[in-house]
Ligand binder design. Sequence first.
Ligand SMILES: NC(=O)c1ccc[n+]([C@@H]2O[C@H](COP(=O)([O-])OP(=O)(O)OC[C@H]3O[C@@H](n4cnc5c(N)ncnc54)[C@H](O)[C@@H]3O)[C@@H](O)[C@H]2O)c1
Ligand SMILES: O=C(O)[C@H](O)[C@H](O)COP(=O)(O)O
Length: 398
Amino acid sequence: MHIVADENIPLVDAFFSDLGRITRLPGRRIDGHALQDADVLLVRSVTPVAAATLAGTPVRFVGTCTIGTDHLDLAGLAAAGIKTASAPGCNARGVVEYVLSCLLVLSERTGRDWRKLTVGVVGVGEVGGRLVATLEALDVHVLRCDPPRAEQAEQGFVSLDELIDQADVISLHVPLEVTGRHATRHLLDTARLDRLRPGAWLINSSRGPVVDNLALRQVLEARGDLQVVLDVWEHEPDVDIDLAVRCVLATPHIAGYSLDGKLRGTEQIYRELCSFLGRSADKTLAELSPSQGVGTLLLDSATPPEWVVAKALRYVYDVRDDDARFRSMLVAATGVTQRKEGFDRLRKEYPLRRECQWLAVGLADADGQPGTGTRTGQCERMLKAAGFSGARRHDLRG
Ligand SMILES: NC(=O)c1ccc[n+]([C@@H]2O[C@H](COP(=O)([O-])OP(=O)(O)OC[C@H]3O[C@@H](n4cnc5c(N)ncnc54)[C@H](O)[C@@H]3O)[C@@H](O)[C@H]2O)c1
Ligand SMILES: O=C(O)[C@H](O)[C@H](O)COP(=O)(O)O
């Protein structure tokens, strides 16, 4: 069996080499020509796959090691008898940590405490659902908007227009759907962007075209009060530089780029392919992935819990690093081609990032003894709510 795989799929050899011969290619260079004798195609989000691309090739299985599937023509591939698989939820936790990091930065820049703001989550699936759960565990007031779920008679949702009227912060987590009753392309258009509350924060880490980027640039030119964070862009990797400079934080589609998230994506597609082939999936991520944590961070258990959580979050992931790398690439690039190449390079060479679960947070008092008292309990509870499952009272005396 011949497997053609995007070169940016980690552990592809470890998982798939027993199943067949593997050819690794840059995702944007995978086309019908490269698939002439391929049986299996493993992609990431940058490779559009239509039935026409695979016509005349032996490909019978297409797996994307990503959450999003908007680059796959699912209906066309199914009609052509080609099995497709994706990796639901694989990097959702990374996106939650990205959003939390953005909230910390926006709080610092505006002087508004994010925990006291109303956060509107649009799209409450794998990512949005985890974000809602995390924010609510941190006692943040959340509004949920998800018309497809609301239509299933589920309770607790508001309409998008109600959310826009009431939310101080809007975080987008919808799939990109170009057609249909719940289409999301340009979900935020000029009219809705104009209606954002004064000083609103908008975070888009879903897909670029969910926000009309030209309209957003024009609204930002007129409204300096809005605080916008974009991780995803219309026409990636060709980013509108005039829009990027108007964003408080701008990053190159890396919100979900924790190593853990990417590895889970590889494992999920390995399992899907084994099931398609009728073979048992005998390899597991637990065996093949790095088992080491990212160390221990000692924090003073007598300091306010929100400081403790902010410090631990910044230690694990700080979106300002990604923002700085992206901006310096945009400044250094001369012309569109270099900007596009720079966008892809920052993603390909993305630094090691682990998730909060891997950081052991030790809570000790100023004398190095395990924290006691109400505040320590609050710190522990908030750390766990934020995802630091390894938080505990720590005795520095050994
Ligand atoms: N930036 C990144 O690195 C990154 C990482 C992971 C996922 N994503 C993207 O984030 C988005 C969310 O991913 P997910 O795994 O949570 O998807 P999901 O399918 O699990 O959830 C999406 C939710 O949106 C809802 N929805 C659909 N249409 C809607 C509409 N018009 N208005 C409101 N809600 C609507 C669905 O009912 C569903 O509950 C996708 O676009 C995905 O591609 C980006
Ligand atoms: O859909 C997803 O899972 C995410 O957007 C993911 O981060 C995309 O990463 P890529 O496939 O472009 O490397």
